[in-house]
Design a protein around this ligand. Structure first.
Ligand code: ZN
Length: 280
């Protein structure tokens, strides 16, 4: 276990990275790291994450009661604690509002799968939780159903939360996700993203398992399921109000085409002419 000083230094360092990458504005976002079974160090409320010193951080118990620190602890630590209680091996949580990933939350567009190797390997399928108001227990309750199958969750109409056994890894999942969402938005502007084949997508899930990284999609019940069709979380989309509009799932088998208006008019004209001929 790292010492209190080491934990505080790490939180300040990741706070600078979160702020400098533009994943939060002003005083947004919050970070936490477990010191031991009973105590968690977290960021203060209403304070810019880019300029924290160890002295600014707070110590809370597993119920969120503040034990030490001159500043008030973030109200969202309750969500961090809910994740740590649901998965006791989790020591670190990063919550922020990265603009590209949050754009997917606002558009209610699920994160598409089967497009980029690194995302399949490091993130796997990314769920979106239904909206819940910040700072109350309901926020943690909206995230907990997903934490056993993912290390990063999009929070409906809000932002992201990522978690792992150390703070840097927890931060990585946010950074990879936001970069991925940025690429998706660019690809969409260029006419759309083309998914890998089912065999290629399945190959990445198997490789991930071979490298010692767990992915629920290697479980027997998903053996022949297409990873591109979001087998883990698709059933949760309706509750979060999601619909795959920009990156439709069935686009794999039903690719879109582009034609000119004059070509469309010619097709319709031919069809109508033929129909009239038949009626004569
Ligand atoms: Zn937030």
């Amino acid at each position: 276990m790292p010492t209190l000083d080491e934990v505080k230094e790490q939180i300040c360092e990741i706070g600078r990275r979160v702020y400098n990458r533009g994943f939060v504005a002003a005083n947004e976002g919050n970070l936490s790291m477990r010191l031991n079974d009973r105590e968690v160090v977290c960021t203060p409320s209403i304070f810019c994450k880019g300029f924290m010193t160890p002295d600014d951080l707070c110590l809370v118990d597993m119920e969120g009661n503040q034990l030490a620190g001159k500043r008030k602890r973030t109200s969202e630590v309750l969500m961090h604690l809910a994740i740590m209680k649901a998965r006791p091996e989790i020591t670190s949580v990063v919550h922020c509002h990265p603009p590209h990933a949050t754009a997917f939350a606002l558009a209610k567009e699920p994160i598409p799968a089967g497009l980029i190797p690194e995302v399949e390997v490091f993130l796997g399928e990314v769920p979106t939780a239904p909206y819940a108001p910040p700072g109350v227990p309901a926020l943690g309750e909206s995230i907990v159903p997903f934490v056993h199958k993912a290390n990063v969750v999009i929070m409906g109409n809000h932002g992201t939360v990522s978690f792992d056994t150390d703070l840097e890894r927890a931060y990585w999942w946010t950074e990879i996700l936001d970069n991925y969402c940025k690429m998706l938005i660019h690809a969409h502007q260029l006419g759309g993203a083309h998914r890998l084949t089912k065999a290629e997508a399945l190959g990445l899930v198997t490789e991930k398992h071979r490298w010692g990284m767990y992915d629920p999609r290697v479980d027997a019940k998903y053996a022949d399921v297409d990873p591109r069709e979001a087998p883990l979380f698709r059933e949760s989309w309706a509750a979060a109000g999601l619909a795959a509009r920009a990156f439709p799932v069935d686009a794999n088998n039903d690719p879109s085409i582009t034609i000119r208006q004059s070509e469309l008019e010619a097709i319709i004209e031919r069809a109508v002419t033929r129909a009239i001929e038949k009626l004569k």
